[in-house]
Design a protein around this ligand. Structure first.
Ligand code: BGC
Ligand code: BGC
Length: 652
């Protein structure tokens, strides 16, 4: 029997089920695509008054009775795989979860097989313990299973926001879930339901929109895609709405102090020098939201309300602060609002070493956060210290045993819901499942997502490109670079330029789209545009992620300005394609271009750009963010006088 629905819809769903049969049970809104491959699992039906998360509470109570304090505290501990000193620690500390952070790949390489083997090796250790509770392994598959070689990388959320198509967003996250589960990973730290309110923030592209309603709609679609109606079904995973709450609301100038962050944060990223701003703080990331509660709720809560409605099983607590206080320490938001007022039954996970940023020593950080309602802590390196500290806090009566039981109950609920506690569950996933990674279906879906995400900002009639061209000249650093078009959180935490993955660059897509009579030439530096019929200039940003992507100036960089100058002086009409994680200031390139297309961070399927340039498809994307005219308009671009308003987008 498939489950009936999820919190808080159970009773309504039960009713609909009796009335309409299983079709009445699909979540609100658009019905998810039929998934004939979903297993019909031998699990008890959810009874009235229960949700899929509370359906196993009786079993969980029995399990809790058998557990020692150490076994319970272990469940609350999440280590990052790259910091696990001895693989036996998984069993020794009864770890509840292991994650792969953005830079944590299998030692045996980055292939899907290596990922599967790695997860399996940790999982085998977890199930070898006395109680044999499996790990809930977690990963950031925020735009496809993007750390894994050969996986299709979908557009980042900002591009999905431009599609305004919840069915497509659901399908993209569905495919992501499939790829993630295939490697044995049942938990994805997605979707990000941040409402970015200052595009200087380096995580703007992880946000679907500045518009809370759009974030709420697409965040819910993403959860449907990831979890389906049951995160324990084949090809589904546990979702994680993040980062609770107000991560996109931080005030400019309040970001995290650079020197206080542990070195582990910068491993593999080039370090603190990765930023242009030689100041002591990141301007926005992990900063302080200085807004009143009514505004915080109105703008930054809707994405949680709708994802809760879809039964999202986990929520990640933000690094950031609200009115000067770290969310990781906020009993009000974690316990009173989320678990009390909103009835959240799943569990809360901290962000990466985020509790360390709570004022006070480590012992007080642990006590404050757990007592505030944090259920699992992403430690991620000093898991031994965390474990010892929490055990000792409980023994000293500084963290109540009832709080530990509540946290562990919630974590076990999610493990049951993920199917990990089924008697027939095995850590040995079928290696055949890996075939879905980079499959033709995923590539086709990626290409569709790319073309629907494109926003046409200007067109003096040059687009769609006519068939009768003889030479199309393509220029710029983002024309032929898979890494640049994929952005951060791709293969590496901060992403990287170059051939870091498999896929089609924008240039390759253009070459494949033209007839054999048309010559396509390319230059990186903008030279060679003379005598071309049209020049396509593909410029914009190079990859970055959290912290290092914060910027004080969103003008085109020097290199792009030089490339464009050469291009414009050559005389042919210029189509400017912008590959970026947010709106950029185009300066006079806006006037001098005959057409301007915002492509966001499309991912590996660059041929979707050619689909629109050559008119196979008319552009349908609409701006998910207001496009400012100048830096002076930030953080909130003037609604009366932006370069382009929210929702803007031309067609053919
Ligand atoms: C990890 C990321 C993590 C970041 C946190 C990096 O070293 O690879 O996954 O998000 O640190 O700051
Ligand atoms: C990020 C999260 C991410 C986590 C694990 C953190 O630094 O803020 O979004 O899920 O690392 O990589």
């Amino acid at each position: 029997m498939t489950r009936f629905g999820s919190s808080p819809r159970t009773l309504v769903s039960l009713f609909l089920f009796l009335l309409l049969g299983p079709m009445g049970c699909t979540p609100t809104g658009n019905a998810p695509p039929e998934t004939p491959d979903d297993t019909v699992r031998n699990r008890p039906a959810v009874e009235a008054g229960q949700t899929y998360l509370t359906a196993f509470d009786a079993e969980i109570d029995e399990l809790l009775e058998q557990m020692t304090l150490e076994e319970k505290v272990g469940q609350m501990t999440q280590a990052d795989m790259s910091f696990i000193e001895d693989p036996e620690d998984v069993a020794h500390y009864f770890l509840g979860s292991v994650l792969s952070g953005g830079n944590s790949d299998p030692e045996a390489g980055n292939s899907p097989e290596a990922w599967r083997e790695m997860v399996l090796s940790y999982q085998r250790r977890a199930v070898s313990t006395r109680l044999g509770i499996p790990l809930l392994y977690g990963v950031d598959a925020v735009h496809g299973h993007s750390n894994v070689e050969g996986a299709v990388v979908f557009p980042h959320n900002i591009g999905l926001g431009a599609t305004r198509n919840p069915d497509l967003v659901e399908a993209v996250y569905r495919a992501t879930a499939d790829a993630t589960r295939a490697t044995g990973i049942p938990w994805n730290f997605a979707p990000c339901v941040a409402v970015a309110r200052d595009i200087r923030w380096g995580r703007t592209y992880e946000s679907f929109s500045e518009d809370p309603d759009l974030v709420a709609e697409l965040g819910a679609a993403a959860v449907r895609g990831l979890q389906g109606t049951d995160p324990g079904d084949d090809g589904r995973v546990v979702a994680c709405a993040k980062h609770f709450i107000g991560d996109g609301a931080t005030a400019y100038g309040t970001g995290a102090p650079k020197e206080e962050l542990p070195d582990s944060v910068f491993e593999g990223s080039g370090g603190h020098e990765g930023t242009e701003d030689p100041v002591d703080r990141w301007p926005l990331d992990r900063g302080d939201a200085r807004i009143d509660e009514a505004t915080l709720r109105a703008v930054h809560l809707p994405g949680y309300l709708t994802t809760l409605e879809e039964g999202v099983a986990t929520i990640m607590v933000s690094f950031s602060s609200w009115q000067g206080k770290k969310l990781s320490a906020s009993r009000y938001w974690l316990t009173e609002v989320l678990k009390g007022e909103l009835g959240f039954e799943g569990f809360l996970v901290s962000d990466w070493a985020a509790i360390d940023e709570i004022p006070g020593d480590y012992r007080s950080d642990v006590a404050t956060s757990i007592n505030a309602g944090m259920d699992m802590v992403m430690v991620p390196d000093k898991y031994r210290e965390f474990f010892e500290t929490l055990v000792s806090l409980v023994e000293a009566g500084e963290v109540p045993r009832a709080r530990i039981d509540d946290a562990v109950r919630r974590i076990l609920r999610v493990k049951y819901a993920a199917g990990l506690m089924d008697p027939e569950w095995s850590p040995e996933t079928d290696p055949q499942l890996l075939g879905v990674i980079g499959s033709p279906d995923h590539r086709t879906l990626g290409r569709q997502a790319v073309r629907e995400s494109l926003v046409l900002l200007k067109n003096e009639g040059v687009l769609p490109l006519a068939e009768d061209r003889q030479r199309i000249h393509v220029v710029g650093k983002n024309a032929d670079d898979l890494g640049n078009q994929s952005g951060g959180w791709t293969i590496e935490w901060q992403g990287a330029s170059g051939e870091i993955n498999e896929g089609t660059t924008i240039l390759e897509g253009i070459r494949a789209a033209v007839s054999p009579d048309v010559e396509v030439t390319y230059s990186l530096d903008g030279s060679g545009g003379e005598d071309a019929d049209v020049v396509i200039a593909v410029v914009g940003e190079t990859p970055y992620a959290e912290m290092l992507g914060d910027r004080s100036d969103l003008s085109l960089d020097e290199e792009d300005r030089r490339v464009l100058e050469r291009t414009f002086t050559a005389g042919a009409p210029v189509v400017t394609v912008l590959v970026s994680g947010r709106p950029l200031l185009l300066g006079d390139a806006l006037d001098r271009s005959s057409a301007v297309l915002a492509a966001w961070l499309p991912g590996t399927e660059g041929d979707g750009v050619a689909d629109v340039l050559f008119g196979e498809y008319s552009p349908t994307g609409k701006l998910p963010f207001t496009w400012p005219r100048s830096m002076a308009q930030l953080p909130a671009p003037d609604e009366e006088n932006p370069a382009f308003p929210l929702g803007f987008g031309l067609g053919y």
